[in-house]
Each structure stands twice: as structure tokens, then as C-alpha cells.
Design a protein around this ligand. Structure first.
Ligand code: 13P
Ligand code: SF4
Length: 359
């Protein structure tokens, strides 16, 4: 069951479009400037006792810089864990805003900066607390499970926070306890979990502007061109795409599958930023971007998250130099949001997370 109808989805899509129209791209750097900027960032990371924590979807140079300086590149669950455990005064989160907020909530004593505070997420935008809280209030008998891609305020209203790598396991566990579940915000991930587990779930109606654009028809055509290819998909993709996939999983689970599978050709239905790590860890394989809707897509650059794309070396340098773009979370909200976030990390620590698929 979905709670909001297509007119609401259309207005959210319009909101995302307007936001993207106002977002300013940052200027390109020459090779020499790039080197100077990287050196300066390395110095600042050291003198400020800062660690760079990056998501797989951000630019390759940011991922390389994170790894070269003792920082971290990973999926959203691993980023949260690394940030919490890092021996640092400052965390610089190269990703989107909810990742910075989760880092701050889990590490209240660390300063959390981001290259840009404008980097949001269509799922976060489409699940504002003033609409979400009344929905939860209307179903007091339900356990509230929210995806990590939400605001701190929405997390504070939840019983559980999950990321894509752990969502199925948590819902399976809750189902065994006989719980009825409210799931928000990603309808495709929610639907996938509901179909896989058979759990009793009320689904919020929102989608990722990037994964929403992967198309099953094009994927079948592509598979005909590469008959031996494995298809790996992030569970934010539409149901018809997931039905074709050999493996469904989080970004880290996709990378692990690509390394383990015997297939040389691999079609990937997730943000193309991940190709950097895929090529690094599975060299010699042929990675192919799953087909998207092309010119009609709601995102500007198909198969690449426009907000992840806002993270740049220049913006990272500025935030480290000026110590600005700091993530601040209201203390009361942070205290409440910490509970379901910590619950997720404790659950993950006790469970061996699985990769689902037919491969
Ligand atoms: P992961 O948790 O798999 O890294 O996904 C985060 C995300 O935003 C996917 O679009
Ligand atoms: Fe959000 Fe989609 Fe971007 Fe991930 S790829 S941060 S879900 S808009």
C-alpha cells in the first residue's frame, strides 16, 4: 500500500528539478592546480587532525584522497561506522547531507564538515518531518523503520534506521517478532523488502532520482547484447529492474559480487561513481552502465547523483581552510536520532550481512 498519490510525487519531482536548476557547478581545475589543491588538502587534514570519509559515488580524486590520507571510502553504513570510530577531531564527509548528519549524531564531540551543505538527496527531500510525523502518529501500533537517506528529525521519529546493506535483515528480524512496519522513504527498496520477506509494511511514496531512471526494457535489450553478463542492481531501482538482476545489494555488496562472480561482463544498475572502485578491485572486467531514461530523466546526468557530484576538490579545500560548512544537529533531535542509529550499528555488529541474488 502507498500513502501518497501521483500528484504528490509529481510535486516532489518538481521540487528536485527546481533545486537542481539553482545548484551551482564548481569550476574545473588545471592539472597543476589540482596537484596544488591536493597537497594543501593533505596538509590541512594532518594539521587539523581531520579524516576524509567518502562515498563510492563521489569523484574518483576524492575517493583516492580519502584512502591516501588514512580516511575511508565505503557505503553509507560503513561510513557511519568509520566516522564513529575514527581517532580524529574533525570528520570531512564527502557525500550527501544525511551522511554528514549521521556522522555528527554518532560523534557529537567531533566537528563534522562537508564540501557542500547543499548536497541533499531526493529521498530526504520527499520525506519532510511535518508530513512524516503525523503519518506515524496515525499508526501507533507500527514499528517505524527509516532508511538512512533521511533528515535527523525523521530519524529521531523512528524506532530503527537502516541502510540498504542491512534493511532486509532488520525487517526479517522485526517480522519474526510479529511487528507491523512503517517503511520510509524509498518505495522501491520498501517494495523489494516487502516482497522478499512477506512483512506487513506500510510504504512511504518516494524514490531516488538516479535509480528511478533505470529501465527494465533497455536492460533486457542490453542483456541480449551481452548474453554472458551478470546484472548487479542497487535495491533503490524499480521492481522490474530488480526482477532481472542476478545480485541485489548495497554499493559494497555490489562491489563484492563483482569481485566474486566469474562473469567478465557486468551490467551495473547504480550510480556510475562506483565504477572507480569496481575497476580498481575487479580489473580486467567489463563494467557497463545499465540503461536509463536518457533525455526524459529527472536527474541531469543520468546514472550519476547530482548531489554527490557537487563534492569537489575545491569545495573540500575551502571547507577545510575556513572550517565552514559545518553540520549542526539540534541537541534534542540528535539525542533521539542516536537511539535508532546505534540500534542499527549494534544489529550490524551481531549479524553477518548477506548479499541476495540468483548468481
Ligand atoms: P549505500 O548505502 O548502498 O551506500 O547507498 C546509499 C545511497 O544513497 C544509494 O543511492
Ligand atoms: Fe539520494 Fe539517490 Fe543520490 Fe543516493 S543516489 S544520495 S538515494 S538521490
Amino acid at each position: 500500500m502507498t500513502i501518497f498519490e501521483t500528484d504528490k510525487l509529481a510535486s516532489d519531482t518538481e521540487l528536485v528539478r527546481r533545486y537542481l536548476d539553482n545548484a551551482q557547478p564548481s569550476a574545473d581545475l588545471t592539472a597543476a592546480d589540482t596537484e596544488r589543491v591536493i597537497d594543501r588538502i593533505k596538509q590541512l587534514l594532518q594539521t587539523r587532525r581531520a579524516k576524509l570519509v567518502a562515498h563510492y559515488y563521489v569523484a574518483a580524486e576524492l575517493q583516492e584522497l580519502a584512502e591516501a590520507t588514512g580516511g575511508f571510502v565505503g557505503d553509507s553504513l560503513e561510513m557511519a561506522r568509520f566516522g564513529r570510530d575514527a581517532d580524529a577531531d574533525i570528520l570531512v564527509v564527502a557525500g550527501v547531507r544525511f551522511m554528514g548528519e549521521s556522522a555528527k549524531i554518532l560523534s557529537p564531540d567531533k566537528r563534522v564538515l562537508m564540501p557542500t551543505l547543499e548536497a541533499t538527496c531526493s529521498l530526504d527531500i520527499a520525506c519532510p518531518i511535518d508530513r512524516f510525523a503525523p503519518f506515524c502518529d496515525a499508526h501507533p501500533d507500527h514499528t517505524v523503520v527509516v532508511y538512512a537517506n533521511t533528515s535527523a528529525a525523521v530519524k529521531a521519529r523512528a524506532d530503527w534506521v537502516v541502510t540498504s546493506s542491512i534493511a532486509l535483515d532488520v525487517v526479517e528480524y522485526l517480522m519474526e517478532q510479529g511487528e507491523q512496519i512503517i517503511w520510509a522513504p524509498d518505495k522501491h527498496l520498501g517494495n523489494y523488502i516487502k516482497n522478499t520477506t512477506g512483512a506487513d509494511m506500510l510504504l512511504w511514496d518516494a524514490a531516488c532520482v538516479v535509480h528511478e531512471e533505470f529501465k527494465a526494457r533497455g536492460l533486457l535489450d542490453m542483456r541480449a547484447l551481452y548474453p554472458d553478463a551478470a546484472v548487479l542492481a542497487h535495491p533503490e531501482s524499480p521492481e522490474a529492474v530488480l526482477a532481472i538482476a542476478d545480485v541485489i545489494g548495497s554499493t559494497t555488496q555490489i562491489i563484492k559480487a563483482a569481485m566474486q562472480l566469474p562473469n567478465r561482463d557486468i551490467i551495473v544498475a547504480t550510480d556510475k561513481g562506483i565504477f572507480h572502485k569496481l575497476q580498481q578491485l575487479a580489473p580486467g572486467k567489463n563494467f557497463i552502465v545499465a540503461p536509463t531514461a536518457g533525455n526524459d530523466a529527472t536527474c541531469r546526468s543520468c546514472a550519476h547523483c547530482p548531489w554527490m557530484g557537487m563534492n569537489s576538490l575545491q569545495r573540500l579545500l575551502l571547507s577545510l581552510e575556513r572550517l565552514d560548512n559545518e553540520i549542526r544537529v539540534d541537541a534534542g533531535i540528535a539525542e533521539r536520532a542516536m537511539v535508532p542509529l546505534q540500534r542499527m550499528l549494534d544489529f550490524a555488529a551481531q549479524n553477518q550481512l548477506k548479499v541476495r541474488g540468483k548468481a
